[in-house]
Ligand binder design. Structure first.
Ligand code: ADP
Ligand code: MG
Length: 469
């Protein structure tokens, strides 16, 4: 293994889900296809216009900050970050520099430095010698979250980004789709032989998926080591991730890094957040958070970790499970059984016949689980019943009756099946009689097959054993 110590810090931007932009009333619609329609004199930086702070955007950041246990600033302000580029019509971006809205906090075990609020830039598209600019995105509220340099492997970085996406979605703060650029992760990476001393860091941008976060970090860690081992030095630079080539490439080096000449924006008021009435009890506005839900699902129902993860990440499946559990009066054992059917059989039906949990009535799934628990329906029968229930909205009892799915526990009927199996599998039965225990399983299997899964396997076993003597 490598004797270098890797250090990673992340900077994540997320477009906030607000009706209007950060400093004006233009619509904030990430799905707008027609370019340059959601614009106005303010976000187009016409002279004489004045920005107004979007309260909903501030609220989103305060909620995220409160959820991660960060501290809300007593005093905060917006700063101008000056640079010239066509995607920034004012010639500066309004951001926060010295006094971010949130300081500190922890997410997924990673310490956070700060969370601040700024505005997004326009979207530029370069085609040959021409550049096209869409200002619909200019001025969209953008949250920036910065972690401390306390991550030491790519998996932890990926897990952090996934958890942040989940949190943003739970809070309704952002759709946070990475492919759509609603959430953008930049990774800062360095390696050093001395764990107490940082190496030179490189920042990687243009990462558009969670797996790319991990692969870009892996790629850089390896590249750093190769450069250092061959006697070279790491240049402090910004690199881009090329998802096609699965490589990073140099974009700009420290030599031409910008001097942004930050200064407080004189057009905007300073904020004393703690004095704003509606921001006084942000905590009470938070929903159940992903990690709280995870903890509750495993504590209340003893669900498998995989099932918990499915319900925490997939809102539809999670809500469906909660409805079934409710119909089962939150009985731990029955709910855990229901969770198995939802995460395995119903999930499989989603793949094969395209139904989702939406096709099922949670009360009927609860009924099915009770039938299984009481031994009235076997596991084979339950699978068939679920497949039927996907297309039939009647209650499971009616459907099971109609299709003969109830487990046969009538001794006479089972004995008939056993006799038939023995008659057609005389050789195997002889082996079983001679002491080959494994043959019994085969015979029971034949009995299940013959009864189309409706025979009670326990009774089949009992009667086969009786036939021995
Ligand atoms: P810059 O001024 O270049 O933006 P910052 O100190 O603001 O640098 O840090 C930006 C990000 O880089 C943070 O996420 C931080 O954790 C991370 N970072 C800082 N130093 C290192 C390092 N040596 N290796 C890896 N990441 C680092
Ligand atoms: Mg930075």
């Amino acid at each position: 293994m490598s004797d270098y110590f890797p250090t990673i810090g992340l900077e994540v931007h997320a477009e906030l889900a607000t009706a209007t932009k950060m400093f004006c009333r233009s619509k904030n619609d990430p799905d707008e296809k027609e370019p340059n329609v959601n614009i106005c004199p303010v976000c187009m930086a016409h002279p004489g216009t004045l920005p107004v702070i979007n309260k909903a955007a501030v609220r989103h950041v305060l909620r995220v900050g409160t959820a991660v246990g960060g501290s809300i600033a007593d005093f905060t302000e917006f700063d101008r970050k000056n640079y010239f580029y066509p995607d920034i019509p004012k010639g500066y971006q309004i951001s926060q520099y010295k006094y971010p809205l949130i300081s500190g906090g922890t997410l997924n075990g990673v310490a956070l430095t700060r969370i601040h609020l700024e505005e997004d830039t326009a979207r530029s598209q370069h085609e040959g010698t021409q550049s096209l600019i869409d200002y619909n995105r200019a001025g969209v509220p953008l949250m920036e979250l910065v972690t401390e340099p306390v991550i030491h492997d790519s998996k932890t970085a990926g897990a952090f980004a996934r958890e942040l996406q989940l949190l943003l979605r739970y809070l309704g703060a952002s759709e946070a789709n990475m492919e759509k650029g609603e959430m953008r992760v930049e990774a800062n990476i360095s390696i050093s032989k001395d764990p107490n001393k940082f190496g030179t860091k490189v920042e990687v941008k243009n990462i558009n998926s969670f797996s790319a976060v991990e692969r870009a970090i892996e790629y850089e860690l390896k590249r750093h080591e190769e450069v250092l081992e061959s006697g070279g030095t790491i240049a402090q630079e910004t690199r881009g991730w090329d998802d096609v080539k699965q490589k990073t490439f140099s974009q700009r080096t420290k030599e031409n890094a910008f001097d942004y000449r930050y200064f407080p924006d004189p057009d905007l008021p300073k904020l004393k957040v703690n004095e704003i009435e509606e921001f006084k009890n942000i905590k009470a506005t938070l929903p159940e958070l992903p990690w709280e839900r995870r903890e509750r699902l495993s504590r209340e129902f003893g669900l498998r970790a995989e099932a918990v993860e499915i319900f925490v990440n997939d809102e539809q499946a999670g809500t469906f499970f909660e409805h079934v559990a409710e119909a089962l009066k939150n009985d731990k054992e029955l709910s855990a059984l229901a969770s198995n059917y939802i995460t395995t059989d119903i999930a499989a039906l989603t793949k094969t016949v395209g139904v989702t949990t939406a096709a099922f009535n949670p009360v009927y799934i609860a009924d099915l689980v009770r039938l299984v628990k009481m031994g009235e329906i076997g596991s084979r029968g339950a699978k068939d019943l679920l497949a039927l229930m996907a297309k039939d909205s009647r209650d499971p009892k009616t459907i099971a009756e109609e299709h003969g799915l109830f487990q046969k526990s009538d001794a006479g009927a089972i004995e008939k099946i056993v006799d038939e199996v023995i008659a057609t599998n005389a050789a195997v039965f002889a082996e079983y009689k001679a002491g080959k225990a494994a043959s019994l399983q085969f015979l029971i299997g034949q009995g299940m097959k013959l009864s189309k899964g409706s025979a009670n396997p326990g009774m089949l076993k009992e009667i086969f054993e009786k036939k021995l003597s």
